[in-house]
Design a protein around this ligand. Structure first.
Ligand code: HSE
Length: 310
């Protein structure tokens, strides 16, 4: 590698309704790009930050891209100086893995530049240092699909145990991102601390059903399983037009629809690109009537995770 490496990391949908903190998948067509270059100043400095509406912290320790690289240098190249530029291709606080993408792209770029060639488990462990800043907690349901691509199940956290889940060929996803920001840390704070046993049974059954449905391409089973009785009931009110958008998605053939990550984005799954396109338009119409700005994305489950692009 020369004096500079650029890496791309994709957007992702996490939770997938019934898999709070334990399921996520990569998207195609949106992501963050980070360039890492050697610097004479030891430690990590952030150079340019582009592509975002509101300013992001310029201090390496406070920006989600910084701590993973700080930790990497501490462990593998103490005394080295790196400067990183961040280009945001994902709305910040939008619920499609913005903080994860910056953290992952930064650590992938730095790893390639330094030639450390760390295994994916180690890159994931480093990237967690960035995600912690955004949510105040350790969760890898965006980080893991962002890093490795595909649909993943986080079977466990102690230790982290990632299981890749195959998905039906014809599975598509519609994403709508209303232009409002939700802080993940806040969206986590309002979650119930104690969950009734009945809800645990419902959620566990749906999570198992969704995974089984993915492996067997059983669309009716996927559809029945896309329900969230834990996070959605307490987070939905944070999202303008949530109930109407969900209703519109289901009326236009969505297998299911829910909050992407901690929101405000919504995701809907569909069994063809045609349906996915109609669903996203129907959801967009709701926000247009409300005068709320938004962005949309229609994508397959992205097979590719983060990668060096130059
Ligand atoms: N699983 C996390 C949450 C994702 O819902 O809080 C945050 O992007």
């Amino acid at each position: 590698m020369g004096n500079e490496v650029t890496a791309f990391a994709p957007a992702s949908v996490s939770n997938v309704s019934c898999g709070f903190d334990i399921m996520g998948f990569a998207l195609e067509g949106a992501g963050d790009t980070v360039t890492a270059r050697f610097s004479t100043r030891p430690g990590v400095t952030i150079g340019r930050i582009t592509g975002c509406r509101s300013p992001l912290p310029p201090e390496a320790s406070a920006n989600t891209a910084g701590p993973p690289v700080i930790a990497l240098l501490r462990e593998c190249a103490p005394g080295t100086g790196l400067e990183i530029d961040i280009h945001k291709g994902i709305p910040v606080g939008g619920g499609i893995g913005s903080s994860a993408a910056s953290a992952v792209a930064a650590v992938v770029a730095a790893d390639a530049l330094l030639g450390t060639n760390l295994p994916p488990e180690k890159l994931l462990a480093l990237a967690i240092e960035g995600e912690k800043i955004a949510s105040g907690a350790v969760h890898v349901d965006n980080l893991s699909p962002c890093l490795r691509g595909g649909f993943v199940l986080v079977r466990g956290y102690h230790p982290i145990d990632i299981v890749p889940i195959s998905v039906p060929e014809s599975l598509w996803c519609s994403v709508i991102s209303p232009q409002v920001e939700i802080k993940t840390a806040h969206a986590r704070k309002i979650l119930p601390k104690v969950i009734p046993l009945e809800d645990v049974i419902t959620q566990t059954g749906n999570a198992a059903g969704l995974i089984a449905g993915m492996f067997t391409a059983d669309f009716p089973l996927i559809s029945r399983s896309l329900r969230d009785v834990i996070a959605e009931p307490v987070r939905a009110h944070l999202i303008p037009g949530f109930a109407r958008m969900k209703e519109a998605a289901l009326a236009h053939g969505a297998l299911g629809c829910g909050i992407s990550g901690s929101g405000p984005s919504l995701f809907a799954l569909a069994s063809s690109p045609d349906e996915a396109g109609k669903i996203v338009i129907a959801m967009g119409n709701v926000l247009e009537e409300m005068g709320c700005l938004y962005a949309t994305l229609v994508s397959r489950v992205g097979a590719r995770g983060a990668r060096v692009i130059s």
